[in-house]
Design a protein around this ligand. Structure first.
Ligand SMILES: [Zn+2]
Length: 128
């Protein structure tokens, strides 16, 4: 699976502050052999608890939503069990991508994980 990030989504990444921990909705399409990211929409007010953001399961799901972009500034850039559980609830019976990201010297390292039938597959990392 390869990744394509639109200019608009790259602009949002450019403005995204890091740390603190954050989460955004990713809009796009999961195609045959690539994932197209059209837009990244930061969640308006992810609730913060001890510097961690909590994604609400009741977040309104856009029809073009394909997953979540999420940072773990104080932890591994892997989705936590709680992240997997939340994304499964937000995307019931749909495959979704968890884009775990970390900002390193001005660039974002993105580790994408495809979640399908409760199984996580790590896709190739991207640097933007
Ligand atoms: Zn997390």
């Amino acid at each position: 699976m390869r990744m394509f990030f639109s200019k608009t989504s790259q602009e949002v990444l450019g403005k995204l502050t890091y740390p603190p921990e954050s989460a955004s909705m990713v809009l796009g399409r999961i195609e045959g052999n690539f994932i197209r990211v059209d837009a990244i929409v930061p969640f308006e007010m992810p609730s913060q608890s001890e510097g961690r953001c909590i994604i609400s399961v009741s977040e309104k799901l856009n029809n073009n939503a394909i997953g979540i972009l999420h940072t773990h500034p104080h932890d591994e850039i892997l989705p936590s069990d709680k992240d997997i559980e939340t994304v499964s609830q937000i995307f019931p019976k749909r495959k979704a991508v968890i884009f775990m990201t970390e900002k390193k010297s001005g660039s974002w390292l993105i580790n994408p994980f495809l979640l399908k039938n409760n199984k996580l597959t790590m896709l190739e990392s991207v640097i933007i």
